[in-house]
Design a protein around this ligand. Sequence first.
Ligand SMILES: Cc1cc2nc3c(=O)[nH]c(=O)nc-3n(C[C@H](O)[C@H](O)[C@H](O)COP(=O)(O)OP(=O)(O)OC[C@H]3O[C@@H](n4cnc5c(N)ncnc54)[C@H](O)[C@@H]3O)c2cc1C
Length: 440
Amino acid sequence: MRERAPTFTEPLPSAVDVVVIGAGVIGISTAWFLRDAGVSVLICDKGVVAGEQSGRNWGWIRQQGRDAAEVPMAIDSVNLWEQLAREVGVDIGFKRGGILYAARTERELARFERWLPIAERHQLDTRIVTAKAVDALIDDRPGQFVGGMYTASDARAEPFLAVPALARALHARGVAIREHCAVRSLDVAAGKVAGVVTEAGRVRTAAVVCAAGAWSTRFLGNLDVDLPQLAARSTVVRTAPAPNVCDGGALLGEVAIRRRPDGGYSVAASSLNEHFVGADTLKYFREFLPALRSSRRFMDVRFGGDLLARLFPKRHWQPDDVTPFERTRVWNPEPSRDAIDAMRAGLAKRLPKLANVSFEEAWAGMIDTTPDVVPVIDAVAEYSGLYVATGFSGHGFGIGPGAGRVVAEMVMGKSPRHDLARFRLARFRGGEAVEVGPAL
Ligand SMILES: Cc1cc2nc3c(=O)[nH]c(=O)nc-3n(C[C@H](O)[C@H](O)[C@H](O)COP(=O)(O)OP(=O)(O)OC[C@H]3O[C@@H](n4cnc5c(N)ncnc54)[C@H](O)[C@@H]3O)c2cc1C
């Protein structure tokens, strides 16, 4: 994926109410709702708006299959996406095209069925569908699946359009955004946040939101705040325009597809997330063991690449040091050949009409994940005024606006509209058992 030059390059303000670290969907959404409440905000990104996960994902806006605690936020989010798509005034590819998980076996179907009580509790339109209904939703080789789970109100949008469009709208409404501006550290006075130290200078503030995606563990680690988080490479392909076999998103065994407004598909190998072993793998092995045990799909462990650098990462720095954030402006991993081959094989097996579709572009992103595959949304106990919203574990695009709204409420000292107990940072401290989310 080609790296974009920065477009938001204005001078830093000397003081703001809140600094948001990271211009992904979570940072931008948080700023959106802070600004709506009249709070002054600066968003800093070491790279560019939506340069990492938020501009590289599949574009699924999904309510189904989530951890029960995420569902209220996910339901809010689809509605907020719909509203934001209207407000930004440009086409972000938003459509409620539905999402289908097709089941290859009765066992898979039973796993989906076990999620249904959560949908019922929240009056979601998720239903278990028959093999015949799957064939009606997917216009290709019939008779491959025993049934599936389907949510018609689930949606999609184009990630590389959506978050930049929100950022432009925010900027037009007076929110300061600065790209190529890493936040290196905090200024702290008597245990309270007093400002941020960026590569372009200091900014005074009493509140900081760390929405730094896969870098959050690094940023917080430098402040001696421990956040268990690992990253896994996920590869995506954009196809040329192709027959309309499905108008939404579909997980069809080995392959996942999502219709694009240009008539093509975003395609992925549904079960290939490659984690490259490094120092953090060893550091957090114990925390991640339950997730690794619970699903073979969770992560594929890989060696190689820049192993030495990963084994000896820079963990601490001074405010005037050049930090790892500036050294990697945009984490832009090479797409995985294995994943692209798996997509080609998956299409040939599941969607013969797309078997020979041209792959026009491939890219990869690093998914940040927590040990229980649900995010951390919390105030950081060690520093009054520091908040963290990260670890969305491969499903943060869809839930982004809903999550941003509760983060904004938290920062403003309002009682958040949803129960956030499941997302406490302290769950990884002090011996609580890791309760792995469904990650369906
Ligand atoms: C291939 C792929 C497919 C996915 N598919 C889906 C999907 O279909 N649906 C879904 O809901 N989710 C999906 N996800 C997950 C989703 O994209 C993420 O959960 C979500 O985008 C996370 O947003 P974020 O804002 O937390 O992080 P990011 O988008 O990664 O943004 C973090 C930002 O912080 C910046 N930053 C980091 N450190 C600093 C610092 N010190 N100073 C300044 N800036 C800093 C980074 O440059 C980055 O721009 C997918 C992810 C990938 C990679």
